[in-house]
Design a protein around this ligand. Structure first.
Ligand SMILES: Cc1cc2nc3c(=O)[nH]c(=O)nc-3n(C[C@H](O)[C@H](O)[C@H](O)COP(=O)(O)OP(=O)(O)OC[C@H]3O[C@@H](n4cnc5c(N)ncnc54)[C@H](O)[C@@H]3O)c2cc1C
Length: 477
C-alpha cells in the first residue's frame, strides 16, 4: 500500500503523543503515527500493574487535555499532595486522546501493531503487510527516550532452575497461586531504582512484614522530594520558593557532593539511608511518606550487582550470601530511564525528540512541535532546542541543569514562544508564575530571589560539573 503524510511519527508513547497533539493545534499538517504496541501510551501499557506517575498528573500527558482532576490524595504516603495517575488511568487517557481527538480530526492516520523499518516503510506485525509512506515534511523519531522496563528486560545474571524470579508485574497476581503452590512469604528485591522502591512500597502496603524483605542495593540514589514538585499556588513557597533555594545551593556549593548535602538540608533531596553516600541521581521523585516506609526494610544487601541466583544462594559482585530457597526474587534491574547519545533535534528531514528541560519529557516533546511550526530556520530551531544530557552520575545533574536553564532563557527571549508557554499545562511552574497576583509582595520577593539565584547558579554550574567528574574518575580509578 502507498500513502502520503506531512509528519511520520515513530512511537505513540508519551513523547509521540505530546508532539502530535501540539502539531495538531499549531498547524494544519497531516500526521501518521506508527507503533509496535497495540495502543497509544508506550511503556505504560506493559508497566507493572501498580505503577503510577512519580510526578503530579497536573503536568503530564499532552498539552490540550488535562490528565486527572487535580485532586489531592487524602490517604497513603502521598497524602496532601496532588494526585499521580496510575498506569491504567494513563493508558485510558492516551486511548481516549487517540480515539476522541486525534482520529476524529481527520488529520491523523494510526498504525498500531506495526514496525517502522526505515525509509518510510511500515510493516504490520500481524499480517506482514507493507505500507510505504511518502513523507512531505518530516519523520519524527519519538523513541529516543524510551525506557527499559521490567516486562521487556532480560536479566544480566544467571538464574538456576527452580529459583523463583519474577518481574514486579507478577506481584498482584500472587493470590492466584493460592490454589496450587504456596504464596511466597520471603522476598528479595533486586535493584535500587524507583521500580524497586515501588515494589517494596507495594509489598509493605499489602501486608508483607519488613522482616520478610531483603533488598539488594548496588548503589544508593539521591531522590527528589515530591513536595517541591507540586503545582497549585498553595504550594508556591515549596515549589517556586524551593526552586529559588535550590538555585542558591547551586550557586554556593563548593563541590557536587556539597551541593547534594545542601539540597538535602533544604529538604529538596532525600535518601533512604542517611548513613550511605548516594552516587546516582536520575530524577526519581518520592514522598517523605514513601521514604519512611522504605526505611522499615533493614535487610539491605550492599555487595554490588547480582551475578547469579542459585537454589540456596545469591552471588554478588562482592560476595556470596546464603538464601532461603523459598525466596521470591522481584527483579527490578531494568534501568528505566537511561543516558543516551544526544544529537541535534532538527536534522533536515528528521526530528529526534529529546529532553529540553530535565526531567520534563512531555513538555520537551510538546515544545519541540511548537518550535517545528513557529521556530524559523533550522539553526534557530536548534538554538531553542539544545538537548539536555541525561545525568550519568551526580556531576551530570549540574550539566543537565545548566542546559535546561539555557534553553529556558532562549525560550524567554522569543515573545511568541513565551506567550505559548504561559498557557502550556505541561510547564507547571511557568504557569504558576504567570498566574501570580502581581500585588502579592511575599511571592514577588521569591521571584526576585529566583532570578538572582539563577544568575549565581549559572556562574557555578561548570565548576560543579568539573569537580564532580574528577571525583567520579577518582572513585572508578
Ligand atoms: C515506571 C516509570 C515511571 C515514570 N514516571 C515518569 C513521570 O512521572 N514523569 C515523567 O516525566 N517521566 C516519567 N517516566 C519517564 C518516561 O520515560 C516518560 O514519561 C515517557 O513515558 C517515555 O515515553 P516515550 O514516548 O519516550 O517512550 P515509550 O513509552 O517507550 O514509547 C516509545 C514507543 O515507540 C515505539 N517504537 C520504537 N521504535 C519503533 C519502531 N521502529 N516501530 C514502531 N514503534 C516503535 C515503542 O513501541 C513505544 O511504544 C517514567 C518512566 C518509568 C519507566
Amino acid at each position: 500500500m502507498q500513502t502520503e503524510t506531512d509528519y511520520l511519527i515513530i512511537g505513540s508513547g508519551a513523547v509521540g503523543m505530546a508532539f502530535a497533539d501540539t502539531l495538531l493545534d499549531e498547524s494544519d499538517a497531516h500526521i501518521t503515527i506508527v507503533d509496535r504496541r497495540s495502543a497509544p501510551g508506550g511503556h505504560w501499557l506493559d508497566a507493572y500493574p501498580f505503577v503510577s506517575l512519580h510526578q503530579p498528573s497536573a503536568y503530564y500527558g499532552v498539552n490540550s487535555t488535562e490528565l486527572g482532576s487535580r485532586r489531592k490524595d487524602d490517604s497513603g504516603p502521598n497524602s496532601g499532595l496532588y494526585e499521580m495517575a496510575s498506569g491504567p488511568e494513563i493508558n485510558t487517557y492516551y486511548s481516549k486522546l487517540m480515539h476522541q481527538r486525534f482520529l476524529p480530526s481527520g488529520r491523523v492516520s494510526y498504525f498500531p501493531m506495526s514496525n517502522y523499518t526505515g525509509e518510510g516503510r511500515i510493516v504490520s506485525l500481524l499480517s506482514g503487510a507493507q505500507t510505504d509512506v511518502t513523507v512531505r515534511r518530516k519523520t519524527v523519531d519519538a523513541s529516543h527516550f524510551a525506557p527499559d522496563i521490567p516486562a521487556t528486560h532480560t536479566p544480566g545474571f544467571a538464574v538456576a532452575p527452580g529459583v523463583r524470579r519474577v518481574p514486579p508485574n507478577a506481584l498482584p497476581q500472587l493470590w492466584l497461586q493460592l490454589a496450587g503452590r504456596t504464596v511466597p512469604q520471603k522476598f528479595c528485591i533486586l535493584g535500587a531504582g524507583k521500580t524497586a522502591m515501588d515494589a517494596a512500597v507495594w509489598l509493605l502496603r499489602n501486608g508483607a512484614s519488613p522482616t520478610s524483605i531483603q533488598w539488594v542495593v548496588p548503589r544508593d540514589s539521591w531522590l527528589q522530594n515530591r513536595l517541591h514538585t507540586q503545582p497549585g499556588l498553595e504550594f508556591f513557597n515549596d515549589s517556586i520558593g524551593g526552586e529559588a533555594d535550590k538555585l542558591a545551593a547551586f550557586g554556593e556549593a563548593e563541590s557536587i557532593d556539597d551541593l547534594f548535602l545542601r539540597l538535602e538540608a533544604l529538604g529538596q533531596m532525600l535518601r533512604i539511608d542517611p548513613a550511605q553516600k548516594p552516587t546516582m541521581f536520575h530524577y526519581a521523585t518520592i514522598s517523605t511518606g514513601e521514604v519512611e516506609l522504605l526505611r522499615t526494610i533493614t535487610q539491605v544487601i550492599r555487595k554490588g550487582r547480582v551475578l547469579a541466583l542459585e537454589r540456596d544462594a545469591m552471588v554478588l559482585e562482592q560476595g556470596r550470601i546464603d538464601m532461603d530457597p523459598d525466596t521470591l526474587y522481584v527483579d527490578c534491574t531494568a534501568s528505566a530511564v537511561q543516558a543516551r547519545q544526544n544529537s541535534p533535534v532538527f536534522q533536515g528531514e528528521k526530528i529526534v525528540v529529546q529532553l529540553l528541560r530535565a526531567p520534563l519529557v512531555v513538555l520537551s516533546a510538546s515544545l519541540t512541535a511548537y518550535v517545528e511550526v513557529h521556530g524559523g530556520d533550522e539553526a534557530r530551531k536548534n538554538l531553542l532546542c539544545e538537548p539536555v544530557p541525561f545525568p550519568k552520575d551526580l556531576a551530570g545533574y549540574a550539566l543537565a541543569s545548566k542546559v535546561s536553564m539555557m534553553n529556558s532563557f532562549q525560550w524567554s527571549q522569543d515573545k511568541q514562544l513565551r506567550q505559548w508557554m504561559r498557557s502550556c499545562r505541561l510547564d507547571a511552574f511557568g504557569k504558576m508564575v504567570a498566574e501570580l497576583d502581581r500585588t502579592d509582595a511575599q511571592k514577588q520577593e521569591i521571584l526576585v530571589r529566583l532570578r538572582t539565584n539563577g544568575a549565581a547558579a549559572m556562574a557555578n554550574f561548570d565548576r560543579l560539573s568539573e569537580t564532580g567528574q574528577a571525583a567520579t574518575a577518582t572513585q572508578s580509578a
